[in-house]
Design a protein around this ligand. Structure first.
Ligand code: SF4
Ligand code: SF4
Length: 172
């Protein structure tokens, strides 16, 4: 079965493993950290300039892939709404209840509310199961892109990359 962004429209596990913006499992267990799923050599670097700690490097050739310095990343989420490709997420696997949080850029209206139960989706749009909205933050800098953080089982932390509203599902 064909895999890869150019064939399926979403990133394969093999492509993710090679991306220089993916933090290690060890770092993810320490606390919130950016997961930069950017694998195309496009001229773009706002992620680099948005990071207050210098944790992202694209460099002089702005077609370079962004490289994450996982020890410099403090999980502040500033880079998430700034990415035009919606390719940056923040994952926190440090919770001690077998859960993790995933922060997702969300551009639909209205945004969900804290406590809402939603259906987590993987990169292909496949349903993973129920997740709970942990926080909702509206970015005033970036055209009011909403950052939604969902609480998921820890084993979904590198799988859940979107969600759909349960209300929308009921209305169909
Ligand atoms: S989450 Fe914050 S510290 Fe980490 S890479 Fe993004 S902007 Fe930089
Ligand atoms: S802003 Fe997004 S698309 Fe642009 S280089 Fe950074 S991660 Fe890639």
């Amino acid at each position: 079965m064909p895999t890869g962004l150019s064939r399926t429209g979403y990133i394969s596990k093999e492509e993710l493993e090679k991306a220089p913006g993916i933090p290690s499992a060890e770092r993810r267990r320490k606390g919130p950290v950016a997961v930069i799923e950017c694998i195309q050599d496009i001229p773009c670097n706002p992620c680099e300039t948005s990071c207050p700690t210098g944790a992202i490097t694209v460099g002089e050739d702005i077609t370079n892939l962004p490289v994450l310095d996982e020890e410099k990343c403090v999980g502040c989420r500033s880079c998430v709404p700034i990415c035009p490709g919606q390719a940056i997420f923040v994952v926190d696997e440090s919770l001690d209840n077998g859960k993790a949080t995933v922060t997702i850029p969300y551009e639909f209206l209205p945004p969900p509310e804290k406590g809402d139960v939603v259906i987590a989706l993987d990169r292909s749009g496949k349903e993973l199961g129920e997740a709970v909205v942990d926080s909702v933050r509206i970015s005033e800098k970036m055209d009011h892109t909403t950052l939604v953080t969902i609480l998921v089982p820890r084993e979904w932390s590198m799988e859940a990359r979107g969600f759909k509203r349960k209300l929308q599902e009921k209305r169909r």
